[in-house]
Design a protein around this ligand. Structure first.
Ligand SMILES: Nc1ncnc2c1ncn2[C@@H]1O[C@H](COP(=O)(O)OP(=O)(O)O)[C@@H](O)[C@H]1O
Ligand SMILES: [Mg+2]
Length: 207
């Protein structure tokens, strides 16, 4: 694919949305065509499914994962794949790893079911670089709460968020070639610098 596919992952309030803005701006500044997008959502049908996922529930974990992958397939088909085919750098705030961390580590969905859904929904498409923003969940929750728009996941207990954090770190440990873990407790500027370092080293971006 001519474009490059970067995903940002991590728990609530870790700084994904903040970094997606600054990283996309830094790539654009060196003249690269960039698309910033986010999940669940990123295409009209996927945004409608986002409303279901966050507005309804509780869902059965497999049903919830299927909703995420239904939204993700729309997002890939209508937004991500066309952009990559056009040579655009795609910066995506959450992707399939979030489903493995939240529905897998958090809610007990098996790795096998997650893999099958991945294959079905994504074919061979995987991110080239995944930046995992790692932060103690209490700090992330404080940040997220100060934003004042808590969603259904943010309302879960501290055990859930601890499992989600461990889930993301396990994914990064399993795939060190794709994933870079960033210390999200650092300042937003320092997190951006680390993200740019990883993007330079791993994707040869001129940033
Ligand atoms: N590195 C950082 N240090 C301190 N505060 C941050 C940092 N990154 C983001 N924030 C703030 O924390 C809150 C949550 O950040 P956000 O990017 O929305 O996180 P996420 O998208 O991962 O939930 C926002 O108010 C944001 O301004
Ligand atoms: Mg966000």
């Amino acid at each position: 694919m001519p474009g490059r596919f970067i995903t940002l992952e991590g728990g609530e309030g870790a700084g994904k949305t903040t970094l997606s803005r600054s990283l996309a701006a830094a790539l654009a500044e060196v003249g690269l065509p960039v698309l910033r997008t986010r999940e669940p959502g990123g295409a009209p049908g996927a945004e409608a499914v986002r409303g279901l996922i966050l507005g309804q529930g509780p869902w059965d974990p497999v049903a919830e994962a299927m909703l995420h992958f239904a939204a993700r397939r729309e997002h890939v088909a209508r937004t991500i794949r066309p952009a990559l085919e056009a040579g655009i750098w795609v910066v995506c705030d959450r992707f399939a790893d979030s489903t493995l961390a939240y529905q897998g580590a958090g809610q007990g969905l098996s790795h096998e079911v997650w893999e099958r859904l991945c294959e079905l929904a994504l074919g061979a498409l995987r991110p080239e670089l995944t930046l995992v923003l790692d932060l103690p969940p209490e700090r992330g929750m404080d940040r997220a709460m100060s934003r004042g728009d808590a969603n259904r996941y943010e309302m879960q207990g501290s055990d859930f968020h601890a499992r989600v954090r461990a889930g993301f770190l396990a994914i990064a440990a399993e795939e060190p070639g794709r994933c870079a873990v960033l210390d999200a407790a650092a300042s937003a500027d320092a997190v951006l610098a680390a993200a740019l370092g990883a993007t330079r080293e791993r994707l040869a971006a001129p940033v």
